[in-house]
Design a protein around this ligand. Sequence first.
Ligand SMILES: Cc1cc2nc3c(=O)[nH]c(=O)nc-3n(C[C@H](O)[C@H](O)[C@H](O)COP(=O)(O)OP(=O)(O)OC[C@H]3O[C@@H](n4cnc5c(N)ncnc54)[C@H](O)[C@@H]3O)c2cc1C
Ligand SMILES: COc1ccc2c(c1)CN(c1nc(C(=O)N(C)c3cc(Cl)c(F)cc3C(=O)O)c(Cl)s1)C2
Length: 432
Amino acid sequence: ALQNGNTKKKLDIVVVGGGLVGSLEAIFLAKRGHRVSLYEYREDLRTTPHVRGRSINLALSVRGRKALKGVGVEDHMVNEHGIPMRARMIHRPDGTTYSIPYDARTNQCIYSVGRNYLNNILLKESENYDNVKKYFNHKLIKSNLRNGSLTFLKTETNETVDVTADLIIGADGAFSAVRKEMMKQPLFDFSQQYIEHGYLELCIPASEDGVFQMPPNYLHIWPRGNFMMIALPNQDCSWTVTLFMPFKNFKDIDTDEKLMIFFQKYFSDSIPLIGEKKLIEDFFGGSPSPLVAVKCRPYNVLDKALIIGDAAHAVVPFYGQGMNAGFEDCYILDELFRKHHDNVADILQDFSDSRWKDAFAISDLAMYNYIEMRDLVTRPSYRLRKAVDDFLFWLLPDFWVPLYNSVTFTTMPYSQCVKNRQWQNQVTRLFL
Ligand SMILES: Cc1cc2nc3c(=O)[nH]c(=O)nc-3n(C[C@H](O)[C@H](O)[C@H](O)COP(=O)(O)OP(=O)(O)OC[C@H]3O[C@@H](n4cnc5c(N)ncnc54)[C@H](O)[C@@H]3O)c2cc1C
Ligand SMILES: COc1ccc2c(c1)CN(c1nc(C(=O)N(C)c3cc(Cl)c(F)cc3C(=O)O)c(Cl)s1)C2
């Protein structure tokens, strides 16, 4: 192996999926000198407007930033594009608000970033590597992972093309075709869970004179028990608002009047911000998207294939960690390439053995938040517990890292964050 842990043997690696994780992974592999072919089902989104049904912006936190730093785009994303969110801004039903800082002690914050913007930055960064080839409008329709063969449908001409690879990386999202193939292997565990809530995106536009209509450096939340609205700021001073509600409730709101009565009752302060006409248009113009959690393991087939990102661990979004966890996969995989040099079998085995505990932990944490969401930020005991956490965090900062801070503001393995929390629950139960 070369001195910097680079593998001697250059591999022909196919990355399936050019979303956030696949495009980042392609750069990591290219930096190690491998020959990367990235195949993406959709067209080159640098040419198309926003795709509906995927959140338009996302919360980027330290785990994701660390991976972006590894390929040299963290600084741009954080300082030229990302909008810092230093606290939550909670909207009460009566329209009054109060804020809860994310990290009073060290003033850390999370960043709102545009999904397509970030995807474009990563695709553009991959152009700096002549050992990366990108193929858009290519859909994986067949594969034999053991002998590294793949068949893609070229959606523009309906022709198929056969490709072989030394290594296949499946970064093709929650409904991964690579994972479907993997599931045919013996000893492959898989479970998926759809939750009863769907989500619908609305928009709070910039004001007439082009500025934010709400305080910009906050993650705005309207917690309403069995449903919730959340808003993240965009670069153009608009907000992407995501309404989470059981599909049944979406269905029951089937006229303009019912919609207005519903919003007047639960989200009255947002009506003048969204605009009544736009609210009716956007609510009935789209349909709520489903949310699914996928757990599976192992993530590899011998030294031939590996799944990462949502393909390996799609989680419900109630922790803002899905993309951060997928980016963390890329960071960890790069460390394993360094650690095991050119032994791909060891690299993939080590990834499967070490990553599933953390993937399952963040999946459980996000699902826990979903269940708790009803009173996540309004239940008195939550706020009492938060006050206790903040006091102990202030008193013993290196000892008492509250759960939310450790998940969002440290790179402590997710499984370690959960262990921490269980231990803290015991202790607080003593005097709460
Ligand atoms: C409402 C909502 C809010 C969210 N908020 C946050 C947040 O605040 N912070 C955060 O960190 N995460 C958030 N997430 C999670 C985040 O969106 C995902 O974790 C992230 O997009 C996963 O990236 P990925 O590249 O693994 O998968 P994807 O983004 O799904 O990309 C998969 C890519 O593979 C392509 N593909 C699929 N099948 C094939 C095929 N057969 N052949 C070729 N290509 C294929 C797709 O076209 C796509 O481009 C949120 C998710 C939702 C739904
Ligand atoms: C684009 O669509 C979406 C959809 C959901 C989310 C995000 C973006 C970003 N999300 C974040 N969640 C946390 C968090 O740790 N918790 C416990 C929270 C969990 C919920 Cl459900 C919530 F509403 C607030 C907080 C909070 O603490 O602010 C962050 Cl920190 S960021 C959820």
